[in-house]
Design a protein around this ligand. Structure first.
Ligand code: ITT
Length: 194
């Protein structure tokens, strides 16, 4: 079984990705490699932030690692919150405040199209690779469900009538932005590269 560091401090993401990887790869957490500080995410794009996080861990450990950065891109808001998704309403990761602000900014708006986009940056034997996953959908007019995290209670994926927060973890993972990006990562890793 290959070992690989997942550079995240988000416990929800860790369990989603571990479930997606199955037992093909063993995820090593930041804590397990002694990285307890917040990793800077100061780039202007998801790609930049994912690479910044992966490079930070690679420079500290020299080990194979990957990081993801995800943004919710809302059409009527010109792609916002996008790269600012974690700190949309406040400086912290306040999911409830972010969701309230999103609903307020879309008040009276009939175009509710949005998409989640995940970029994974992998550093394998010192070489960098990027993988992208996208899920299209719409922003509901109120929150529903309590599964998942972040904007899940407001996001209705295309072809569904419920939000991500009303779906089981397996159902979300099967169609989600992160699920799709991780599937590409896994295919690449399983291709005899790790
Ligand atoms: P790390 O940087 O430590 O990995 P993070 O919480 O900062 O964790 P991201 O920058 O990738 O994660 O994500 C930005 C925000 O986007 C996150 O705080 C959530 O509000 C939202 N988000 C990410 N993935 C999501 C998902 O699958 N469902 C709902 N919201 C999500």
């Amino acid at each position: 079984m290959g070992k690989i560091i997942f550079a995240t401090n988000n416990a929800h993401k860790l369990s989603e990705v571990q479930a997606l990887l199955g037992d093909a790869f063993e995820l090593v957490t930041l804590k397990e490699c002694g990285i307890t500080e917040d990793i800077p995410e100061t780039a202007a794009t998801l790609e930049g932030n994912a690479l910044q996080k992966a490079r930070y861990v690679f420079e500290k450990t020299g080990a194979d690692c990957f990081a993801d950065d995800t943004g919710l891109e809302v059409e009527a808001l010109g792609g916002e919150p996008g790269v600012h998704s974690a700190r949309y309403a406040t400086d912290g990761h306040d999911f409830a405040a972010n969701n309230r602000l999103l609903l307020k900014n879309l008040e009276g708006q009939s175009n509710r199209k949005a998409r989640f986009r995940t970029v994974i940056a992998l550093i394998l034997e010192g070489k960098e690779y990027l993988f992208e996953g996208i899920v299209e959908g719409t922003i509901a007019t109120r929150e529903s469900g309590c599964e998942g995290f972040g904007y899940d209670p407001l996001f209705v994926p295309s072809g569904e009538i419920v939000t991500f927060a009303q779906m089981s973890a397996e159902a979300k993972n099967a169609i989600s932005h992160r699920g799709r990006a991780v599937a590409k990562l896994v295919n690449f890793l399983k291709d005899g590269k790790l």
